[in-house]
Design a protein around this ligand. Structure first.
Ligand SMILES: Cc1cc2nc3c(=O)[nH]c(=O)nc-3n(C[C@H](O)[C@H](O)[C@H](O)COP(=O)(O)OP(=O)(O)OC[C@H]3O[C@@H](n4cnc5c(N)ncnc54)[C@H](O)[C@@H]3O)c2cc1C
Ligand code: SF4
Length: 566
């Protein structure tokens, strides 16, 4: 079915990137159609906060039968517990493939607002040490944007989102515009001193969580269940921030359960609209606009583009460089060590799991004075878990049963700590996505296929972090229980980048520095697929900042007459 109305812009996806595009474009007066692959997220119905796991039928672990019969059956670890499985906000119907030897874990949130309904909120600026890494260490390519150019949009993003932190004066993570920091937990003070002893920084993270009321959103009340969705909107999420802002303008038409699979083009190869499957009515729909913005989340954006084949674009839309789908990168995640702090044993088990893991972090401290000080290039950061969470995961370390077992679990409650490494992978020709030549999903859409292995550079960082954690345990007087034997599966971090990278040369990149496709000037991208590589920092605040900048450029191009209003 084809509709007759033409919009000024179609935005595919309503997550951190798409939601930002909706806000900026609608507030500028454009008529915008937003398409979202799943249902509307409704915090009142969909979040089960303020309930203890023992109040839930399956004690928070979820119904073991719920994914039977689905194409993609795995339950998504932290994101999909009994707290948020009811409304089916996570994608399990649309299948994907892994090439032989690849074990990619592709977690997708299909509800409006996307993954930032449940994200960890770590929100650091990238710096020139990231943008110009290739010039510093000779590997890969510099970003087409430097810090001076992007920092005004980092400020805009931080001021809008509300990011809590402190000024730290470090080259690896430039300072920004911050709300007061989140108070530290007991173990943070102990580990900060341990870090000082061995020369490893331990600092407040930059966290998009409202320590004070901000832009009409209430201050956090520290209930501690952020990963299950915030029911009052005290951390940045499109559900509470960008989507309502766009709706206020009355310029937004939001269509849910609309799975986009193709960008439509005219006889000159220019984008005219998109085709989607209406998942409820089970029919194909075509919609039209002057400008198309893809923000379906990194690999899905490239999936749509690779599936957008036509006479003009035989290998996928805007792929004259051949770079579409290439350079897939991710953060290597893993647990380089876990144990406990004996000095905290027997302390009152008061709930202080105020913000999961992003209260404090250990920002990159390697290769800061020279690009080749370590055996690996670039660098990694680490986060710490600890404090009194809802569920005492440390029960696994304690032997026994009955009341003495329970007493021991309680005695250890405030003492366990663990580390999480965040190590950026380097672009590699072996790591990419393509279209599976044989498999289609239940809607008949050709499936995405992953090809990915960790490379030697990120594996050296993993080994390095294990030794650092041993040293930190020693310096803090802590006792180690163990360390992860291997890193987590690729895809776990949800910080993938690279598959539509931006650059300065149309021969080696998919878009220009404004995230505008070189080949198709009315096609733009607002997600991390344009970032050429990950850094030691997370991606979401930069996604918001770059999306703001891209949309400012779209508006400028409307003004210049490059795009005409509908
Ligand atoms: C538990 C958890 C912790 C995290 N911690 C952090 C952190 O601390 N810091 C950080 O920076 N990041 C973190 N992240 C990652 C962060 O959430 C993502 O980087 C960010 O949300 C990505 O935004 P996005 O808009 O690109 O994609 P998404 O949020 O995935 O949004 C994509 C949107 O597009 C829609 N869509 C997808 N495919 C289609 C299609 N074919 N047709 C139509 N619509 C489509 C989806 O429904 C969705 O609304 C975390 C994520 C999780 C789940
Ligand atoms: S801790 Fe704060 S931000 Fe997190 S869910 Fe509770 S109120 Fe919301």
């Amino acid at each position: 079915m084809a509709t007759t109305k033409t919009y000024d812009a179609i935005v595919v996806g309503t997550g951190a990137g798409g939601g930002t595009a909706l806000k900026i474009l609608c507030e500028a007066g454009l008529n915008v159609l937003a398409l979202n692959s799943g249902p509307r997220t409704d915090p009142e119905k969909d979040y089960k906060l303020h309930r203890q796991s023992f109040d839930l039928k399956y004690r928070g672990f979820g119904d073991p039968t719920i994914h039977n019969g689905l194409a993609h059956r795995e339950r998504y670890s932290v994101e999909e517990t009994e707290y948020n499985e009811g409304p089916h906000l996570w994608e399990h119907d649309v299948a994907y493939s892994n090439a032989v030897g690849t074990n990619w874990y592709w977690k997708r949130c299909k509800g409006t607002g996307g993954k930032a309904n449940f994200w960890g909120r770590s929100s650091c600026r990238y710096g020139d040490i990231d943008f110009k890494a290739a010039s510093l260490d000779g590997f890969g390519e510099d970003w087409p944007v430097d810090y001076a150019e992007i920092s005004p949009w980092f400020s805009k993003a931080e001021k809008y989102m509300g990011v809590a932190s402190t000024i730290q004066n470090r080259p690896s993570n430039p300072d920004g515009d911050y709300l007061p920091p989140i108070p530290w937990r007991c173990f943070d003070h102990i580990m900060q001193k341990a870090g000082e002893k061995i020369g490893v920084p331990y600092l407040p993270d930059r966290c998009a969580q409202l320590t004070v009321a901000h832009n009409g959103h209430p201050a956090c009340h520290y209930c501690g269940n952020c990963s299950q969705g915030c029911d009052v909107g005290s951390f940045f999420s499109p559900t509470w921030f960008t989507i309502p802002d766009a709706e206020k303008t009355q310029k937004l038409t939001l269509v849910t359960d609309a799975l986009v699979h193709k960008v439509l083009v005219d006889e000159t190869g220019k984008a005219t609209g998109v085709a989607y499957v209406d998942r409820k009515a089970k029919r194909e729909v075509e919609v039209f606009a002057k400008v198309i913005v893809l923000a379906a989340s990194c690999v899905e954006t490239a999936h749509i583009m690779l599936n957008s084949k036509s006479r003009h674009w035989p290998s996928g839309i805007a792929n004259s460089s051949g770079q579409l789908g290439k350079n897939l990168c991710d953060h290597l995640y893993g647990t380089p060590g876990y144990g406990y702090l004996p000095q905290l044993l027997g302390q009152p088990p008061s709930p202080d799991n105020i913000a999961d893991s992003t209260v404090a972090w250990l920002p990159r401290w390697q290769n800061l004075n020279g690009a080749h000080e370590e055996k690996f290039i670039r660098g990694y950061s680490m986060y710490m878990y600890g404090g009194c969470g809802d569920f005492p995961g440390h029960y696994r370390q304690i032997e026994g049963f009955g009341s003495s077992f329970k007493r021991e679990v309680k005695r250890y409650y405030p003492a366990p700590i663990s580390f999480l490494i965040q190590a950026p992978s380097l672009p590699s020709p072996a790591n990419y996505i393509d279209i599976d030549p044989e498999k289609k999903d239940i809607f008949g859409i050709p499936q995405l296929r992953f090809h990915f292995q960790w490379g030697p550079n990120e594996l050296m960082m993993w080994e390095h972090s294990k030794q650092v954690v041993i040293d930190l345990f020693k310096a803090s007087g802590g006792e180690m229980w163990g360390a992860g034997s291997v890193p987590d599966r690729p895809g776990t971090s949800l910080h993938e980048t690279g598959v539509c990278r931006f650059g300065s040369d149309p021969k080696t990149s998919v878009t220009n520095k404004w995230a505008q496709a070189w080949d198709v000037p009315n096609l733009y991208i607002c997600d991390s697929s344009v970032f050429p590589n990950p850094t030691d920092k997370t991606t979401t605040m930069p996604i918001v900042a770059f999306a703001m900048r891209t949309c400012d450029n779209i508006l400028a191009n409307f003004k210049k007459g490059l795009h005409k209003r509908a």
